[in-house]
Design a protein around this ligand. Structure first.
Ligand SMILES: Nc1ncnc2c1ncn2[C@@H]1O[C@H](COP(=O)(O)OP(=O)(O)OP(=O)(O)O)[C@@H](O)[C@H]1O
Ligand SMILES: [Mg+2]
Length: 382
């Protein structure tokens, strides 16, 4: 299986699998030797949609036929009556258990470089406060309340972007440093000096990572005080100004933000061409989204540059299903991709790596690949 190309081959011959049959296979292979209930499977294959069980049976049958399940004693998918389905064939990932270094070899389909930014971003009065050097890289920022999957998205999207050929910089703006930790940032580098002090340069804080074309600005403990500092400075363009000093070296910069923003928000919003907001399908999370949207609109930014996506979606929960199926007006423009609740994403902490590196065949990896495609397409539009 070559998950990112959505291809299954035997002896070099492509097996005829429809999209949903492929999704079913991915969902089952994500939990090898585990019984996956029909309910869970339907949630993974048709996130947020009510479907008849017969649809699932149809795709299981199609899969078995295509795989040759049962022929010459080969077993792939077993049915456990009344409980669900289980993928029972042995799985190994090409290249063995992924070491971070091997990750650069993961081949993802070539993604056309986004068009170079031809215009300045942000409000004109704010722009007047920053220099007029041409920006060459695209900036995406991820904001939202605590624990909604911002860092998980930032790390996975940055990884996928870099592997598609874009020179990518991930800036960990959260002093908690989760993104830096996932990417195995080298400790002790960067020194005592805060990135936020006048004259401090971003370039010297940048580290390489285990992955080709992916660089990191690790979390800066001094960032705890960034708000005080930014307030004193009263400039909203400080962050953009810093980014611009390195922008020629990167095609894409992704900013992973802490949950509370205040003064940092103004800086981040000016810098970003696209603001992603992971949103859990709950009313509380929608309320938080509304706060971000209102603040964003209050600053005069176009609404279409703020894009929510469903995160931590659990189809077993009625509320999640209802909100995803019939999104309220506030979130009508939500990304098509739903990031499901997935144990593989939790296991990023165990592997300290993006999901693609250690479980590229799983549905979590698939979801991030889809999200990256959407984000990349949006960036090309702006
Ligand atoms: N789709 C998911 N499925 C399962 N677990 C997830 C998912 N997304 C994130 N998590 C887990 O939830 C926790 C919070 O995720 P993450 O750190 O990405 O959120 P965050 O929005 O960056 O949080 P913070 O506001 O603290 O920075 C982590 O333990 C992570 O492993
Ligand atoms: Mg985070």
């Amino acid at each position: 299986m070559t998950p990112h190309e959505r291809l299954v081959t035997r002896d070099g011959v492509m097996l005829p699998l429809g999209a949903k049959s492929f999704d079913t296979l991915i969902a089952l292979m994500s939990r090898p030797n585990e019984v996956v209930s029909k309910w869970d499977l339907m949630g993974l294959v048709w996130p947020g949609m009510a479907v008849e069980e017969s649809n699932l049976r149809f795709h299981i049958a199609a899969l078995r036929k295509a795989l040759g399940d049962g022929k010459d004693g080969a077993r792939y998918i077993t049915t456990l009556s009344g409980r669900g389905y289980c993928f029972v064939a042995p799985i190994s990932q090409a290249g063995g258990q992924a070491e971070p270094r091997t990750a650069s070899r993961v081949e993802l389909p070539p993604v056309k470089l986004p068009n170079r930014l031809q215009r300045m971003v942000g409000r004109s009065d704010a722009i007047a406060t920053v220099s007029d050097k041409l920006i060459t890289s695209r900036f995406v920022t991820i904001v939202g309340p605590g624990g909604v999957g911002k860092t998980a998205a930032a790390v996975n999207l940055a990884y996928l972007a870099s592997q598609s050929g874009l020179r990518t910089l991930l800036w960990d703006l959260d002093p908690q440093g989760a993104a830096s930790w996932y990417l195995q940032a080298k400790e002790g580098e960067g020194g005592e000096k805060s990135l936020w002090k006048a004259g401090a340069d971003l370039e010297s804080a940048i580290q390489s990572t285990a992955y080709d074309k992916l660089n990191l600005v690790p979390a800066d403990l001094h960032a705890r005080h960034v708000d005080v500092w930014l307030r004193k400075d009263e400039g909203n363009g400080v962050l953009l100004e810093k980014l611009k000093t390195v922008s020629r070296r990167y095609d894409l910069a992704i900013l992973d933000c802490p949950p509370s923003l205040s003064h940092l928000a103004d800086n981040v919003f000016i810098a970003a061409e696209l603001v992603l907001v992971p949103t859990v399908p709950t009313h509380l999370s929608l309320r938080a989204l509304k706060t971000v949207i209102d603040y964003f609109a209050g600053l005069g930014y176009p609404r279409n540059t703020l894009k929510p996506f469903w995160s931590l979606a659990d189809r077993r929960r009625l509320l999640h299903r209802m909100l995803i199926e019939q999104p309220p007006k506030l979130i009508k423009d939500v990304c098509k991709t739903v990031i499901p609740y997935a144990s593989a994403i939790e296991r990023m902490g165990e592997h300290r790596a993006p999901v693609e590196v250690f479980e590229s065949y799983g549905y979590a990896a698939e979801a991030y690949r889809e999200l990256w495609k959407e984000v990349n397409a949006l960036l090309k539009k702006f």
